[in-house]
Design a protein around this ligand. Structure first.
Ligand SMILES: [Zn+2]
Length: 280
């Protein structure tokens, strides 16, 4: 048995929910704003799926991290307030899901400030974590986060445990790393309005992929960061699968579920090299 975590912690699991609603669809195809069917496809997430997800997390007594584009928060402020008041982290994810790599530094800064302010206006808490839309940081992103006192980013894929990333202007952020294989979008998205027409995978296949990944990360004593989208994972059959996955993870001794912000704060002093982590 090996791993990077101290004490009886064997593996840390982070459940993260990117509450994109229709924002990413609109960013990819602005005509979607005038397409009620496709809009409703996205709205299903905050409108119907998030309350079910909050119930699931409450049943399992798990605190999670929600990344919310500003436009979605303005459209569904009560949902965002419910997420925050249930003890989950709420952090920015663009305004209309703009990947930073497509923006100038000034545009990116303005969107970061605007989306952070919208979330703080609803939750009463200044967000200190960030996840970039489409996981495409720009060369300026880490600097902009650092200047604003953010603690962590969660957009990079350079490890499977928290690590430090230097900002060009000085200082370091904690990175809570992600990966496409632990994201529901590649498996389940069928959305003709943005030309995504692959046949969705079966929940059983995805359960197999996600639980197998967890088992290896658990054996290696690393960090399991799952990224799902309410408008995708909330559809019938998939939340049942997520519930089954959470049960599987919880059955293993020494697993701790953490919000990204709590994990990032705890590892911040020691995560220069993940193998030297001394705190959870
Ligand atoms: Zn997103």
């Amino acid at each position: 048995m090996s791993g990077i975590w101290p004490g009886d912690t064997r593996c840390v699991a982070v459940l993260s929910f990117d509450m994109d609603g229709a924002s990413a669809m609109i960013h990819r195809n602005p005509d979607v704003q005038r397409m009620p069917s496709t809009l409703s496809h996205g709205d299903f997430g905050p409108r119907v799926a998030v309350p079910r997800i909050l119930e699931l997390l409450r049943e399992h007594d798990i605190a999670a991290s929600f990344y919310v584009p500003g436009w979605v928060a303005e459209r569904f402020p009560d949902t965002v307030a419910a997420v925050a008041s249930a003890g989950h982290e709420v952090a920015p994810h663009g305004y209309m899901h703009e990947p930073p790599a497509t923006l100038s530094r000034d545009e990116e800064a303005a969107i970061l400030d605007r989306s952070s302010a919208i979330l703080e206006g609803i939750t009463g808490e200044r967000p200190l974590g960030y996840r970039s839309p489409s996981w495409e940081l720009s060369e300026h992103s880490l600097d902009l986060l650092m200047e604003r006192g953010f603690v962590y980013d969660s957009s990079l894929m350079g490890d499977d445990a928290p690590y430090r990333v230097p900002a060009a202007g000085g200082g370091e952020l904690v990175e809570i790393p992600v990966h496409w294989s632990l994201d529901d979008a590649p498996y389940f998205v069928f959305n003709p309005a943005v030309s995504r027409t692959n046949v969705p995978a079966s929940p059983a296949q995805v359960y197999d992929t996600w639980s197998t990944a967890f088992d290896e990360l658990y054996d290696r004593g690393r960090c399991y960061v799952l990224t799902v989208h309410p408008w995708i994972i909330g559809r019938a059959g998939r939340l049942t699968m997520l519930d089954r996955l959470i049960r599987h993870i919880r059955e293993q001794p020494g697993v701790k579920f953490r919000r990204s912000i709590g994990l990032a704060r705890d590892v911040q002093p020691d995560c220069a090299a993940p193998d030297k982590l001394t705190q959870t």
